[in-house]
Structures are given as C-alpha cells and as structure tokens.
Design a protein around this ligand. Structure first.
Ligand code: ADP
Length: 190
C-alpha cells in the first residue's frame, strides 16, 4: 500500500507518518528529512539546497524526484511507503505516478490533514523557539505556506479526480488525528 500524507507545513504529517511506520511497518519517505540529511552532511546537494530551504522555497522537482526514486526499492521491499512532504507540485505528482507504474504499483490513498491557517501559525509559533530548524521562523514560514497554497494545494483536485482523496480533521490532538487516519486506512473504499 502506498499512501500520501498531504497537508500544509506544520499540519502534523511527519508526526503521523512516524506513528504509521511503527503501527503498520511502512517506510516513511520524507523529502524534507532527506534534504535536511543532505544539508547536515555538507554534500554538494546539501550545499545547493541549503539556502532555498532556509528561505522556505521549494527545491527543484528533479532533485526531489531523484531522491524518491533512489528509495523506492526500499519501499517495495517493505510493501509500500508513506510519502510525507512529497509530491508538492503537479510535476512531482506525475513523476511519482510514472515511477510507481513502472514498478507495478500505484498510490492507493491520499490523506489530507486539514488544519486552518490560524491554527498552523499558532503551532509553528511554539516550534520557532525549540525546533532548531533554520526555516522555522516567521518569514520562512510565510513563504512555505504560500508555496503550499500556490503549488501544492492545486494537487487536491488531481487526486480527487483519481478518487484517491480522503480528508481528515488535523486540528485535534496527535492521538485523535491518529485515530481518524486509522479509520480512513481501514475503511472499505470500493
Ligand atoms: P514542512 O512540511 O514543515 O514544510 P518539510 O520537512 O516537508 O517541512 O520540508 C522542508 C523544506 O524542504 C521545504 O520548505 C522545501 O524547501 C524542501 N522540500 C521538502 N520536500 C520538497 C518537495 N517535495 N519539493 C520541493 N521542496 C521540498
């Protein structure tokens, strides 16, 4: 099973993905984590993306698509992946469909975590002090939210048209959201 956790920055995608890794033995493929690891390692790729990430912009489609492609064999071996923070543009969504198709797989479900902007801003304000992420500051967060609204939210109709989209209220506690995700995953869909 291949699942996309979809939603704006700070919606809780990473938290919920990590829980699913434990409860369902799935592999989490987070392009944000992969890019942060590249930056931390000081690799040429890390040097290329560091500034873009700090400012909250999107890294190029080619880069993130290759990062995901490298990790697909691992997802195959585990029986599927949770895509977290990917895809973020229509080109990434199409590349993902093509890559999966080439491996005889597909996206089974897209779970959208719905959190309103006011709640996001409140959450992130709490995180600014403690996360240690250079993009967790008010200016970068504004850019990240704008990138989501302009480039990522338009993927919703794409997945809706393919009958893959399920919406979950992301405003509750971590456990409440986890329960709602479990219900969505276990519901008969066809
Ligand atoms: P968040 O969901 O809190 O914004 P992520 O860890 O998913 O955090 O992403 C952090 C940053 O990494 C993004 O702001 C962007 O610069 C870069 N990034 C991550 N995934 C992608 C992607 N799929 N396409 C382009 N840039 C990405």
């Amino acid at each position: 099973m291949n699942l996309i956790l979809f939603g704006p920055p700070a919606a809780g995608k990473g938290t919920q993905a990590k829980r699913l890794v434990h409860s369902r033995r799935m592999v989490q493929l987070s392009t944000g984590d992969m890019l942060r690891a590249a930056v931390a390692s000081g690799s040429p790729l890390g040097k290329r993306v560091e500034g873009i990430m700090r400012e909250g912009g999107l890294v190029s489609d080619d880069i993130v698509v290759s990062l995901i492609e490298e990790r697909l064999p691992e997802a195959d071996a585990a029986g599927g992946a949770i895509f977290d923070g990917f895809p973020r543009t229509l080109a990434q969504a199409q590349a993902l469909d093509t890559m999966l198709e080439g491996r005889g797989a597909r996206i089974d479900l897209v779970i959208r975590l719905k959190v309103d902007d006011a709640a996001l801003l409140q959450r992130i304000a709490g995180r600014f002090a403690e996360s240690g992420r250079p993009d967790d500051n008010p200016e970068s967060f504004k850019v990240r939210l704008a990138a989501y609204n302009d480039q990522t939210a338009p993927l919703l109709p794409y997945y809706q048209n393919h009958n893959k989209l399920v919406e979950v209220d992301g405003m509750g506690t971590v456990d409440e959201v986890a329960c709602a995700i479990d219900e969505a995953l276990d519901a008969p869909r066809w």
